[in-house]
Design a protein around this ligand. Structure first.
Ligand code: MRU
Length: 351
């Protein structure tokens, strides 16, 4: 799984299983696990061993392929196929890419339903591989478009992890940063810790340090002050779902950053492939927001678990209204307001 420049593969298809780097333990341990069944894939998505919108889409499509490879003689083909899809769809509700990838596998299944079973399995594996390959290319295009917005000397703030660990390629928001650095721009990066799962502190720092990109870690509540002091030139984040009006869901904390950026007259960019766009919903209010276990919030708070009457909330994402977004950087170009018209132009249901 040795990476190319800017790419540290989060997962690898092995023909009859998937190898993933377990992101729960980074950067302390680089531990790999092999997933052999669709149920193991579903659990790895739920428990965040693998995470990030594009990555969970691709891995779920391999999960479907694994489910079909493991069919037993008694299984009814249609029933089993849709049961596997349903299980994988139930893992995480917010990222559009998960449902988009599963819809592609369903389409292939329906088109190829009548071919011999061995052939059908090969067709599904091929489609999952195709989705992965395309994702690499989408990342490359997003990075090239986004890099054109970055200038020498820029100090960039990012949130969560929208890098190689969250995709099949170089990443989206982090892909842009890596590309600008590879192009010789002298940039530096501020990364929010991203409580409670610490994707920024644990994963984005890990990726950027591997690339030798200057990076400074801050806690989530420091961003406003640094913006106010003129220490941040632009913000780039990823997205889990983009509504047709350009509202976006991304990791919890993104909404606050967008308002802070507007208040401080700092450009706020969102980077995502077209597979993140959901034209079936009108605005961000319709995006399902995942609420995760309170244990994640408690994980770094020694002793607090003994407060038995303490209530804890853990929404994993929030919605940033389009009015705070300077532009959305996609694989089809840089999209600006009016988002409703401009997103529709670039967003076919399938590639
Ligand atoms: O809960 P996570 O870690 O899956 O959330 C990830 C994010 O919010 C990313 O910014 C988003 O998925 C884009 S990844 C290219």
């Amino acid at each position: 799984m040795e990476g190319k420049i800017g790419m540290w593969p989060a997962f690898e298809w092995l023909g009859d299983s998937i190898k993933i780097i377990d992101q729960r333990y980074l950067p302390e341990k680089e531990e790999y696990i092999i997933l052999k069944t669709h149920e193991e894939v579903a659990k790895a998505i739920e428990n965040m061993a693998i995470r990030g919108a594009p990555a969970i889409g691709v891995v779920a499509s391999y999960g479907i392929a694994l489910g079909m490879l493991n069919l037993s003689l008694n299984d009814k083909l249609d029933d089993k196929f849709y049961e596997i899809c349903k299980r994988l769809e139930s893992t995480r509700p917010t990222a559009r890419n998960l449902f988009w990838a599963i819809e592609r596998l369903k389409k292939k299944f329906e088109e190829s339903r009548k071919v011999p079973l061995d052939e059908l399995k090969k067709i599904l594996i091929k489609e999952a591989c195709k989705i992965e390959k395309e994702d690499v290319e989408l990342n490359r295009k997003i990075s090239a478009y986004g890099s054109s917005l970055i200038e020498d000397g820029d100090r960039i703030l990012t949130h969560c992890n929208a890098g190689a660990l969250a995709t099949s390629g170089i990443g989206t928001a982090l892909g842009i940063i890596k590309k600008a650095f590879q192009d010789g721009k002298e940039i530096s990066v501020f990364i929010d810790e991203t409580r409670p799962f610490l994707q920024g502190a644990r994963l984005s720092t890990w990726e950027l340090l591997k690339e030798k990109i200057p990076v400074t870690l801050i806690t989530d509540n420091m961003a406003g002050w640094l913006m106010n002091k003129g220490e941040i030139d632009l913000v780039i984040v990823g997205a889990d779902r983009i509504a047709s009006n350009g509202d976006i869901a991304n990791k919890i904390g993104t909404y606050s950053l967008s308002i802070l950026a507007k208040e401080n007259k700092i450009p706020f960019y969102v980077a995502a492939p077209h597979s993140t766009i959901d034209l079936s919903i009108r605005n961000g209010k319709q995006i399902p927001i995942e609420e995760r276990s309170p244990d994640e919030v408690l994980s770094i708070l020694k002793g607090v678990e003994s407060f038995t009457e303490l209530k804890i909330r853990n929404p994993a994402f929030d919605v940033t209204p389009n009015k705070y977004i300077t532009a959305i950087i996609t694989d089809k170009g840089i999209i600006r307001a009016p988002y409703k018209n401009n997103l529709r132009k670039i967003s076919p249901l399938f590639p």
